[in-house]
Write a protein that binds this ligand. Structure first.
Ligand code: SAM
Length: 194
């Protein structure tokens, strides 16, 4: 399956899919943290029509997340631009799409998410409500519910890389996406082959 992981510098979701044999690529304005050759550095809109089967998108939440609401009034244009970017991703001509963001104005301005997941449902003892907007994909099933409920993000020291530490996809969630969504087309293909 041809998988585009849009707005990903960490390579976590890309590598989870590649380990299962998919032709997965990440794309970000930033270079890949792991120097992978399977990374396109540039605007995702330049490659969004290149025949992908599945796209998982992690657009920036800076001007969308409800946690930053106190800045919204000074950042109207930035918020409109961020919403336009989300609309562009969600309306891409790709059969299966998942778009991920924290609790954000996407819910009130575009539509409500299909589900809200937490890292503690996927093996990480942390809270971080993560919304998923889905097209032709089933809801992600929890893989490993653990006891811990720490809010690590609030304890992170300020610094230039704090946003990166906060936004890197949790490994357990990346693995669940690849395991649960990577099989969909393969299973359908198997039926067609018979
Ligand atoms: C919230 S971070 C997502 C990080 C991701 N979860 C990961 O593990 O790498 C959003 C990313 O979107 C990227 N980005 C913003 N606009 C973009 C665009 N037009 N095309 C591709 N990437 C973009 C930013 O550089 C940033 O790294």
């Amino acid at each position: 399956m041809k998988v585009l992981v849009a707005c990903e510098y960490s390579g976590r979701v890309r590598e989870a899919f590649r380990k299962l044999g998919h032709d997965a690529w990440s794309c970000d304005l930033l270079p890949a943290e792991d120097d992978s050759p399977y990374h396109y550095q540039g605007d995702v809109m330049a490659i969004i029509n290149d025949g992908w089967d599945l796209m998982i998108a992690h657009p920036p939440c800076t001007h969308l997340a409800v946690s930053g609401a106190r800045w919204f009034k000074d950042k109207r244009q930035e918020q409109e631009d961020a919403l336009d970017f989300v609309v562009g991703l969600l309306s891409a001509n790709i059969p299966m799409i998942a778009l991920e963001n924290p609790i954000s104005v996407i819910s009130s301005r575009i539509r409500k998410p299909d589900q809200i997941i937490q890292p503690w449902q996927f093996g990480h003892g942390e809270t971080k409500a993560t919304c998923l907007w889905l097209k032709n994909l089933p809801k992600l099933e929890p893989t490993n519910v653990v006891e811990g409920r720490e809010n690590r993000v609030h304890r992170m020291p300020p610094g230039p890389d704090r946003w990166k530490e906060r936004s890197r996809t949790f490994q357990g969630i990346a693995d669940a996406m690849a395991q649960q969504w990577g099989g969909i087309l393969a299973k359908e293909g198997t039926h067609e082959d018979h």
